[in-house]
Design a protein around this ligand. Sequence first.
Ligand SMILES: [Zn+2]
Ligand SMILES: [Zn+2]
Length: 296
Amino acid sequence: MLDYHLHLWPHGQRDEAPTLDQVAAYCERATAAGVSEIALTEHLFRFRQADRLLGGFWADEPDTALRESMRRYWDDHARADLDAYVSCVQSAQAAGLPVVLGLEVDYYRGRMQEVGDLLAGYPFDVLLGSVHWLGTWRFDDLADPVSLDGWRSRDVEAAWSQYAGAVEELAATGTCDVLAHPDLIKVAGHHPAAPEECWERLVEAAVSSAMAAELSSAGWRKPAAEAYPAPGLLERFVRRGVPLTTASDAHRLVEVADRSSDLAAQLGALGVTTLRGYRQRRPYEVPSTAPVVRSC
Ligand SMILES: [Zn+2]
Ligand SMILES: [Zn+2]
């Protein structure tokens, strides 16, 4: 098993300088849960380098509340130094820890070439592609009243369709390797009458871009109350031969490798025997054997 989606800092908490001890603790917890390799995948928008490139992307949002909410959120997050993050993970690798260098990258319409140029200057092993925002609406920020309000004023079918469109566009840019939490749009527990049409679009986006898809336990910790992707979507990914990673999307140590054995059980039921790992953006196969839980 893998845990290929990990953050160092919870939302709402300012970054602190990443340390080797912090990464070592993540590895220790993951290993104890039977995870053979982790990827640190902090959000791109956590870094000052992203602020210099993308800060103010919300400026033409006509809705004042959404615009201000995004400005505050961004200002709260874009504080860390990407170079320090990269060198911390490299130090962990040099110390022999089973960690690869990753990043979680949002979709910035019309700006992905510049994003790709920035990221090409760093030795990333794996890049996750994510859609958390539709325009400036942070549909998965359930702690923010303005974002939550968006669910009351929008049509669920339209939101799902818009989400699938953003994933299609992100995948087509070829910027990232793995489609993170593929059906994140269900986060708040809102589902269309027939999700299959949207699922087909997500599967096609992965197939046509040769991206892997992530099986994440994070959905179990949200109102959606099921893994990302939903069982029916996971089954479609598998049927179409889309490679898979597994992930917790932990934002703190106690969540690392969360419900790894439940993810393994889902994979086992579908006959999946291999996962996809990455080194320097090149894929390789990892056995998806059930985790052996050890006490530590
Ligand atoms: Zn995410
Ligand atoms: Zn994440």
